[in-house]
Design a protein around this ligand. Structure first.
Ligand code: ACO
Length: 379
């Protein structure tokens, strides 16, 4: 028999379950790609930065916290509901008071007014900054792993492809600072150990990914819907360039597992390659899932580079040492490794360094990638 909960347990709620998030589209934009199950009522992974280490809220029964975002502008609506609340005392959590410390003032509490704003923003919101990357997806791939049937989200007359665009901005991009204040909550809710960045630090850069849609009723009207973003910090790199570091990186749950993280990472990498002032791309304290995403995309990029692969891993690229990996793994004495031809270790190091600087990959990451390619070539 399940033990009867103590009085304290009866009044305690799991904050991650109680808090539910929604990305709200105007009715006219919903028909295109829309499933309530996917875009409304998803939950945070973490709430400890807001509600404390235990991620519990005390003093309520049937507590539900509804935090909605206009899908493009991220204008917010907050509603706290419960069946019962303990008489006010110092131990009862002030839910709205606590959350309001983490979101900018001026959020909506009147749902009707919020929905009017959603409608207004749907027509008026445009991404901030400069477009640096775009890609297109077949609409049918967009529900993979979401546990919803494609027929639930797409009507027969729906568009067959969906565009996604990445925009680059800084604190100086008009309107972006306010947008960032609404967006940054996602860092606390989804990145372990994540915290707000300082607006006083002037050099931050940002890339934001949006889904771009044409309205069903008026296809000439374009609407934008937030998918994810990354914060980037440029460090001085001797003698006259910068090393760009990915600091925060996230894709919202409704869009995860569809390759958007990879696309956003690729957008950042292409931006680095295209910017003469940037020497290399690095990552701050990557979570395992992000490390995985980075490895997969970097490897794909290297394997697609014919010249690099031919010089390093082609038939003539067998060098005199470095067979250690091969021998320990397979017991074979093959010594294939990166490095052109029969050049000795110093020349090989120079060859690797030449490619590393050209491809703007950080040293430790490049070494890991080369190791992985060696292992792959053993098979
Ligand atoms: N269709 C279906 N699946 C796909 C597709 C596709 N078209 N493309 C890729 N996938 C699979 C990949 O194979 C991968 O599978 P795996 O999990 O077995 O490795 C998986 O989807 C993830 O790849 P993406 O879809 O490209 O990545 P996603 O968009 O899910 O983003 C991320 C990954 C960024 C980690 C996301 O889950 C997230 O934001 N998590 C929460 C926040 C976080 O942890 N951020 C990183 C912190 S570290 C930092 O900030 C530096």
């Amino acid at each position: 028999a399940t033990p009867t909960p103590t009085a304290a347990q009866q009044w305690t709620t799991d904050a991650n379950e109680a808090l539910s998030l929604s990305l709200v589209r105007a009715p006219d934009d919903k028909a295109s790609l829309w499933a309530r199950e996917v875009y409304e009522g998803f939950h945070p992974t973490f709430t400890y930065p807001i509600f404390g280490e235990e991620e519990k809220i005390y003093g309520y029964k049937e507590l539900s916290i509804d935090l909605k975002f206009a899908s493009g502008s991220l204008v917010q609506y907050l509603n706290v509901r419960y069946a019962e609340k303990l008489p006010s005392s110092s131990t009862v959590d002030d839910v709205e008071g606590t959350i309001s410390k983490f979101i900018p003032p001026g959020y909506y509490t009147d749902e009707q007014k919020f929905l009017e704003r959603v409608e207004h923003d749907a027509l008026n919101f445009k991404p901030f900054g400069q477009k640096i990357y775009s890609y297109t997806r077949a609409a049918t791939t967009l529900t993979k792993g979401k546990n919803v049937a494609i027929s639930q989200v797409l009507s027969p007359e729906d568009q067959e492809t969906v565009d996604f665009e990445v925009y680059h901005s800084t604190w100086h991009t008009p309107g972006f600072r306010e947008f960032h204040r609404r967006m940054q909550l996602f860092v606390l809710l989804y990145i372990e150990g994540g915290s707000y960045i300082s607006e006083a630090e002037d050099t931050w850069e940002f890339v934001v990914l949006y889904e771009k849609r044409r309205r069903r009723s008026s296809p000439d009207v374009t609407t934008y819907h937030f998918v994810g973003y990354s914060t980037l910090y440029p460090f001085y790199c001797f003698p006259e360039r910068v090393r760009l570091r990915i600091s925060q990186f996230l894709i919202l749950p409704p869009y995860q597992q569809d390759g958007h993280g990879s696309a956003l990472y690729t957008a950042i990498y292409q931006h680095v390659l295209n910017s003469p002032s940037i020497a290399e791309l690095t990552v701050e304290d990557p979570a395992e899932a992000f490390e995985d995403l980075r490895d997969r995309n970097d490897l794909k990029m290297l394997i697609a580079n014919e010249k690099f692969m031919r010089e390093g891993f082609g038939p003539e690229a067998v060098s005199s040492n470095g067979g250690k990996v091969a021998r320990t793994k397979r017991g074979k004495s093959r010594t294939m490794r990166a490095g052109a031809g029969k050049m000795g270790p110093p020349a090989e190091r120079a060859w690797l360094e030449k490619w590393r600087t050209e491809l703007k990959i950080a040293g430790r990451q490049f070494n890991r990638l080369v190791e992985m390619l060696i292992l792959k070539h053993m098979d």
